[in-house]
Design a protein around this ligand. Structure first.
Ligand SMILES: [Zn+2]
Length: 317
């Protein structure tokens, strides 16, 4: 029987690092990408194309992308908050550009200085730019919806607001929609309710989810999303990160913990958990002030205590 595949996209290099004041040297970022790749990860969001004066941590985005593109079969994604960033990312040759579109107006203004509707218009311009060059035809344009399950400024985010923005993003030409729980407000029932609602509105366009573990709900939320057919999840090595414009947000769910759970459920991730845990050493050395999280790394991976499925883990593309 073939195992069900789940894509785990490492986003620590973007989401994780962007909220850390300590700049990670470019060489360390390259080493992190290599280590993730050698552990079997084939999907990485490597950078954000923003002005260096706003986010010095991402000043080396082009170099990091260029390095990532040398690795065969690695899908290279970049976050692009505006048309200029999208142009730079497309020229750099990324496989996917993700535009952050907040459901919450206040968060949108804080994050990209545009209302959600104005950001949708910017997103449409990005998609038109992608369509304008045949060389970019294979680049996927992703609407990365944020504050989908809650907002640090407005609190509750109504599900009809999410539906409205999802439909507008599709009208603007989004290839796929990713849902982000920017601040870790999501709970399992909420995730199920929203995915149920969205599946009745659109089919097959919401392809990935992005959970933060702020309230310890990320893995429970993941299980519910799996039940609704989602097969792609973002995570960050050692749970690194947060969001600079979302006060109180902590990091993404730790990649190690996510992989452990997925493999225990019989999903194929292609990731070698031991190598993944070992790759945390790069973070310890390069950003020693950043707190590192993760249950699996803390407790270790002991032979005999790991789920059956781990015994057959291999690096697969
Ligand atoms: Zn995030």
């Amino acid at each position: 029987m073939t195992k069900k595949k789940v894509v785990v996209q490492e986003v620590g290099l973007r989401d994780g690092l962007q909220s850390i004041p300590q700049i990670m040297p470019t060489e360390a970022k390259k080493a992190w990408i290599d280590a993730a790749y050698n552990a079997g990860i084939r999907h990485i969001e490597v950078a954000s194309f923003v002005p260096p004066r706003l986010l010095p941590q991402m000043a080396d985005a082009e170099q990091v992308v260029a390095h990532a593109l040398t690795l065969p079969e690695l899908r290279v994604t970049a976050l692009v908050p505006n048309l200029r960033g999208a142009e730079n990312a497309l020229k750099a040759g990324v496989h996917r550009v993700v535009a952050p579109i907040s459901i919450s107006e206040q968060h949108s203004l804080a994050n990209v200085r545009k209302t959600p509707d104005a950001m949708i218009e910017e997103f449409q311009r990005m998609r038109e730019l992608r369509d304008s060059e045949s060389a970019w035809a294979q680049t996927t344009v992703v609407a990365g919806l944020s504050t989908v399950f809650g907002c640090p400024f407005q609190g509750y985010v109504p599900e009809q607001d999410v539906c409205r923005i999802v439909l507008k993003a599709l009208d603007a030409g989004a290839d796929v929609i990713a849902l982000g729980d920017t601040t870790g407000h999501a709970t399992p029932r909420h995730v199920g309710r929203l995915l149920q609602l969205l599946s009745s509105v659109i089919e097959g366009k919401v392809t990935s989810l992005h959970f933060h573990d702020t309230r310890g709900m990320a893995l429970a939320n993941t299980v519910v999303a799996l039940d609704y057919g989602i097969r792609e999840f973002d995570s960050s090595l050692a749970g690194l990160g947060g969001c600079p414009n979302a006060p109180g947000a902590t990091g993404n769910v730790a990649t190690e913990d996510l992989v452990y759970m997925l493999q225990s459920m019989g999903f194929e991730t292609g990731i070698d958990l031991r190598r993944l845990v070992e790759s945390r050493d790069i973070l310890k050395r390069a950003v020693p002030d950043a707190p590192l999280y993760g249950y699996i790394a803390r407790e270790g991976i002991l032979d005999g205590s790991v789920p059956q499925q781990l015994s057959s883990h291999g690096v697969q593309s």
